[in-house]
Design a protein around this ligand. Structure first.
Ligand code: FPP
Length: 227
């Protein structure tokens, strides 16, 4: 959800207000995703590298999580949204941990949109955790497969069992992956927009989904028509 800081600068307000505007944009995108009948959505809310930011900004983002839960939990439930957290969040302030646990618990039985929030998440960290879990299981290195690694990622069958992303959208003109779903993104389609995240509206999102549906995905193979 990139571009909150630049949005704040452009509007002459503190960075935290940019994140607040980003959260408002996120609310609309979540509901739009659910309405389009898309089954999975993952947002990158806080990376393992974001701790390097000022205490004010970091705690501002964590406070927004509490605000989001307080204002949106009813609507998320009405929309049958299920939430998973990709990342270890027990070291966040207690109010944020409590709010997250309340939200995840309340929505646990919902079977509509699966909304994954990557929080204190890093793609490399996730792969490392998977390898450590396999070593702890006593896995024989010679028999190790890609599926074994996948299994212990947050998206894996040992955790939330979410498929690899079909499409990754990056906002604000950045064109890099920034440690997002590093393993899972191997064959994802990528789309970029100069729009800053707080200005990213459901209309532009729907256009991107439409454009995605016209892409020809080969997963390393050949086009159907060439076979
Ligand atoms: C990146 O923009 C955005 C973030 C690091 C934080 C995003 C978090 C939220 C929108 C709040 C999410 C709330 C919930 C409930 C999950 P940036 O600051 O890097 O922007 P810049 O590149 O313009 O500086």
């Amino acid at each position: 959800m990139d571009g909150n800081g630049r949005w704040a600068k452009a509007h002459g307000v503190p960075r935290v207000m940019g994140h607040n505007a980003g959260m408002q944009a996120m609310k609309k995108i979540v509901i739009a995703t659910s309405n389009m009948g898309i089954k999975y959505l993952t947002v990158y809310a806080f990376s393992t590298e974001n701790w390097k930011r000022s205490t004010e900004e970091v705690s501002g983002i964590f406070n927004l999580i509490v605000k989001y839960v307080n204002s949106e939990l009813e609507e998320l439930d009405e929309n049958n949204v299920h939430i998973n957290i990709f990342g270890e969040y027990d070291m966040l302030p207690k109010a944020s941990v409590d709010a997250i646990n309340k939200m995840v618990g309340r929505l646990a039985d919902n079977d509509g949109l699966v909304f994954n929030i990557a929080l204190n998440y890093g793609g490399r960290d996730e792969i490392l955790r998977s390898v450590k879990a396999l070593i702890a299981e006593g896995k024989d290195p010679d028999g190790l497969t890609e599926d074994d690694i996948s299994k212990h990622l947050y998206s894996g069958s040992a955790h939330f069992d979410v498929p690899d992303p079909d499409l990754i959208i990056r906002t604000s003109g950045e064109e890099r992956m920034s440690n997002f779903l590093t393993w899972q993104a191997a064959y994802s389609e990528l789309m970029f927009t100069d729009t800053l995240w707080p200005d990213f509206a459901p209309e532009e999102y729907a256009e991107m989904i439409e454009s995605y549906s016209n892409r020809d995905r080969r997963f390393g193979g050949r086009k159907e028509a060439d076979k």
